[in-house]
Every structure is written in structure tokens, then in C-alpha cells.
Design a protein around this ligand. Structure first.
Ligand code: ZN
Length: 141
């Protein structure tokens, strides 16, 4: 009888572990939002630290982050005339849609508060990455 109880408990714990393992990792994003458009599920190659940080930043900003571009295959990156050294290929970058100064202020402030130190500001997006092979920088397009 004791053995049966133990077995049932083990089964219950296994189920519990399974549920926790499948729990959504990100609060504000579906992983697929970071897919390279030419390769389904390519967002699996995204850096886990990057995803956690951008998810935190989204929470701090309090406004939606529309991801224009996340992971990029070399082919997709080249089609955008971007260099092969792009942090998007490494899976540690994203471009967040933004076309007005108020949202830009919220997004940039939240990214910095979340720990990002590499930002690129364009008219219609904010690039962010956590590429530790590159220096801290804020640039314009
Ligand atoms: Zn970018």
C-alpha cells in the first residue's frame, strides 16, 4: 500500500514537472515573433538572456513591442543588405517597431533599465541587442 502511494506521488510529481517545463517562458511575446521570416522555428536559436531582457523591458515600458525583425538567417540578413556580422544572425538582437517620439522615449528608457547597452535608433524602429562581442553604443540610422 505504501509503495502504491509512493508510486502515485512520483507520477504526480512527474506531471507537475512536465507542466512547469512547458510553462510559457515569456510573459509578453510568442517565441515565433522572433522567427526569421524564411525559416519557421528559427527563433529557437534566440539567446535566452536576450529574450528575458526584452520581455522585462516590455513590462517596464507598458506599451506593446511589435518585433519587426528578430532572428535572421544569413540569407534573409543579406536580402536586407545587412552585414554578415549582424547580431540578428547570432540571435541576440531585435528591431522594435516605433514611429513616434513618445513611444521611442518609453522603449529606449525601458531597454536601458532592463540592462541593454546597445541600441540603434531609426525613424521607424529601435534596434536592440546584447552582443557582448561589440562595444556599448547608441547609434542612429
Ligand atoms: Zn536590428
Amino acid at each position: 500500500m505504501l509503495k502504491l502511494v509512493k508510486l502515485l506521488k512520483t507520477a504526480k510529481n512527474r506531471q507537475k514537472n512536465k507542466i512547469e517545463k512547458n510553462k510559457k517562458m515569456l510573459e509578453y511575446f510568442e517565441l515565433s515573433e522572433f522567427d526569421s521570416p524564411d525559416l519557421p522555428n528559427s527563433s529557437k536559436g534566440m539567446c535566452a538572456d536576450f529574450l528575458q531582457m526584452i520581455d522585462n523591458a516590455r513590462g517596464i515600458a507598458g506599451i506593446p513591442f511589435k518585433i519587426n525583425s528578430g532572428m535572421r538567417t544569413i540569407a534573409h540578413n543579406r536580402s536586407l543588405n545587412s552585414k554578415d556580422t549582424s547580431s540578428h544572425i547570432k540571435g541576440c538582437a531585435a528591431d522594435i517597431h516605433c514611429n513616434n517620439s513618445v513611444d521611442r522615449s518609453k522603449i529606449v528608457a525601458a531597454l536601458i533599465q532592463a540592462g541593454f547597452r546597445r541600441l540603434g535608433i531609426a525613424n521607424t524602429f529601435v534596434h536592440v541587442d546584447c552582443d557582448n562581442e561589440k562595444p556599448n553604443a547608441i547609434w542612429l540610422y
